[in-house]
Design a protein around this ligand. Structure first.
Ligand SMILES: NC(=O)c1ccc[n+]([C@@H]2O[C@H](COP(=O)([O-])OP(=O)(O)OC[C@H]3O[C@@H](n4cnc5c(N)ncnc54)[C@H](OP(=O)(O)O)[C@@H]3O)[C@@H](O)[C@H]2O)c1
Length: 272
């Protein structure tokens, strides 16, 4: 019997490892991607034992072009791949000014360039098949860029924008895409970045299992953007409505009156 295959990047830890678990429970075979081969193999074996699905651990450093190419080829050529979860990601430990350019480059490369390449490859492949879905793990800092490292936050805004833009192309062709916007989530990301997560108020930190279950519930409901902690949906709707209301004002044949210097003001006077 052929089962649908889900690819999960970052499947050895945190949010990605919970997705792998939940998708296996839903009957997907898995291609699980991360760097550490032993950890990945252990995680894959556990899921095979628990859910009797087939799991393929693929030890790749996605920030390397040659490794990324291996996964891109797999997405394009392997039949039965129906879902891509982009969860591999890293965070910097401090502000932009406190971070080395090398670290910021690594963050932007993995969180933006790699996710972009995988998303585009999956989008084209799924459209050719007429089915499939992509889940991109963004972050609420996309909406509050002032609250965190700007390179990381801008990368997450890229993920949100890419997902929103692609939805318009993909949905009519039978392909789903979702941006998941977690707030602080209990994972290893803080320790890996050298950040002390104990300073984050407990009331702001969600369990990774609850976060992913909520995100999957949003996915099942057909949501394009899911903010697991947001109780008042009206707030997101108001922000989105305001963005769309701006639309007709964003590209006109002349600057707004307040930007016209006195030398140009005569332009506004209709000719006699
Ligand atoms: N935790 C939060 O508070 C939070 C909030 C909002 C958004 N997010 C986002 O959620 C996603 C998952 O983060 P997490 O919190 O679950 O972090 P995590 O526990 O540190 O997991 C990160 C995963 O990515 C893998 N990974 C890292 N670099 C990689 C590379 N170069 N190539 C392949 N795999 C790589 C890691 O495994 P290896 O080290 O073995 O490669 C691990 O499996 C990220 O995109 C993050 O930005 C997290």
């Amino acid at each position: 019997m052929t089962r649908p295959i889900a690819i999960v990047t970052g499947a050895s830890s945190g949010i990605g490892s919970v997705y792998a678990d939940r998708l296996a429970a839903r009957g997907h075979d898995l291609i699980m991607v991360a760097r550490d081969p032993e950890r990945l193999r252990n995680a894959a074996n556990k899921l095979t034992e628990r859910y009797a699905v087939s799991t393929t651990p693929l030890s790749l450093d996605l920030s390397r072009h040659s490794d990324l190419d291996i996964l891109l080829k797999r997405i394009r050529e392997e039949e039965n791949i129906e879902l891509l979860v982009n969860s591999a990601g890293i965070a910097p430990s401090g502000s932009v000014l406190d971070s080395s350019e090398e670290v910021l480059d690594q963050v932007v490369h993995l969180n933006v360039n790699v996710l972009h390449a995988l998303t585009v490859a999956a989008a084209k492949t799924f459209v050719a098949k007429g089915a499939g879905a992509i889940i991109n793990i963004a972050s609420v800092v996309a909406l509050m860029p002032e609250s965190f490292n700007g390179s990381y936050a801008a990368g997450k805004a890229f993920v949100l924008s890419l997902t929103q833009a692609l939805d318009a192309e993909l949905r009519p062709k039978g392909v789903r895409i979702q941006a998941v916007m977690p707030g602080f989530t209990k994972t290893e990301i803080f320790k890996r970045a050298g950040l002390d997560s104990s300073v984050i108020p407990a009331g702001m930190m969600m369990d990774a299992g609850q976060m992913v279950d909520a995100a999957l519930s949003g996915f099942d409901a057909g949501e394009l953007v899911t903010i697991p902690s947001l109780g008042n949906e009206g707030l997101w709707k108001a922000l989105n409505d305001a963005r769309h209301d701006l639309g007709p004002h964003l590209s006109l044949d002349r600057p707004a009156a307040r930007y016209l210097g006195s030398a140009n003001r005569y332009d506004l006077v209709p000719p006699n």
